[in-house]
Design a protein around this ligand. Sequence first.
Ligand SMILES: Nc1ncnc2c1ncn2[C@@H]1O[C@H](COP(=O)(O)OP(=O)(O)O)[C@@H](O)[C@H]1O
Ligand SMILES: O=P(O)(O)OC[C@H](O)CO
Length: 496
Amino acid sequence: MSFILALDQGTTSSRALVFDHDGNVRGLAQKEFRQIFPEPGLVEHDAEEIWASQLGVAVEAVARAGLSAADIAAIGITNQRETTVVWDRRTGKPIHNAIVWQDRRTAAECDRIKGLGLEATFRAKTGLVLDPYFSGTKLAWLLDHLPGARARAEAGELAFGTIDSWLVWNLTGGERHLTDASNASRTLLFNIHEGNWDQELLQLLRIPPAILPEVVSSSQVYGETAARFFAARVPISGIAGDQQAALFGQLCDRPGMVKNTYGTGCFMLMQTGEHPVLSERNLLTTVACRLGNRTEYALEGSVFVAGAAVQWLRDGLGIIRSAEEVEALAASVPDSGGVYLVPAFAGLGAPHWDPYARGTLLGITRGTTAGHIARATLESIAFQTADLLEAMESDAATPLAELRVDGGATANNLLMQFQADLLGVPVVRPRVRETTALGAAYLAGLAIGYWQDRKELGQLWQAEKTFTPAADPARMAELRHNWSRAIERSKGWVQP
Ligand SMILES: Nc1ncnc2c1ncn2[C@@H]1O[C@H](COP(=O)(O)OP(=O)(O)O)[C@@H](O)[C@H]1O
Ligand SMILES: O=P(O)(O)OC[C@H](O)CO
């Protein structure tokens, strides 16, 4: 019997999971790594720490499953997207910390490009908006600010990659420099209609083509792990950005199917099939996956801070000791008592796109307790999701039948019930909540014939719990109205 190993390199931790043929988790290991905040608004990771932690948990997960590398048929990779690494091709050493997707340092540069009237060009070609979130301006920043970097990039000495590229480079011992189309579609440099790096955009951002990885499909054998890492060389055969992998793992394979992942941020993706739908409501159009020559697209709403707000309650305010505790604290009050938290800690993503917004806590009275703040925090996650869904339904011109959910914060039943109440549609939590890793495993397994097709995978998906809307719609509409007012107050707080 053989198994698939999924590497899930997330924003706050590296995880590895071993899956069996029925899609069950047989072994899991996880390691948090350092979040580096050099200044307000800046977020970095040590790329070498990411690699070391990812390799460490991979070895550990296989051991915990009671297996050896010879039992692993293939490896699938999924990753925090947009986070930008540049390394020296000769030494394999990064030239700077990775600039994380949440980092806002290129806000002024995005404004400058917008001022040149170029936003429509970027939007039409990449499906993205000009926001510091995406890799392109982060890469340009590195080339502009590190002495000699641009000349070295032009001479072909440096390599750029999102985290998938960085992991594949390391796993293959520096043999392969590539990225899959779903990750490429998050860079602001990739033409999602033509399926390749866009020369005009590269020129506009002054990115030398020699620094870029090859763009490949999301499911094919890319290479094997170098001999020194595992007892056997294992094929690497699946790659997707974590949100696209979750869409795949949730089996949202028919146009109109939607999943929302509640992790550090919240990412809602709607499968739109082979046709990219361009949003009129400030959502993103992104590559869901590339399978052979077939590219599937998704509409995406990205919320930067969701579960991270719960982490802030734990680490910043110290009113809970663990993320799980938030549920009991929030349940200690019947409602938020009129308190609204807008967790715009890293600006606002979709559909507002305001890098200058900051966190805002409104409606506090002398009677406000930690319970109210905890509840307002959970509700903020659901409100942000409701804003995304409203935009998505409008773009797709179709109402949603159900919302499939996954990610760490979906363990929270109070949050899930409030979400169903607010949306007025059933919220469905699957049996396997590690759908991001599962999606990467599926992509890797399909490439080597471990699973035959998506029909076979469809039989593995099972709901664990469905949250049915139970609240008074008028009351929910009132809460959403207040939420919109709170959002407006958070906007434009930081002076450019
Ligand atoms: N019971 C819970 N209630 C609310 N949030 C939770 C709960 N458990 C975990 N979280 C949040 O979920 C996030 C972790 O989820 P995960 O899917 O592992 O995220 P990521 O992949 O972004 O690192 C953290 O931000 C944490 O605060
Ligand atoms: O690492 P996660 O799960 O927070 O996901 C981060 C996203 O990929 C950012 O776009």
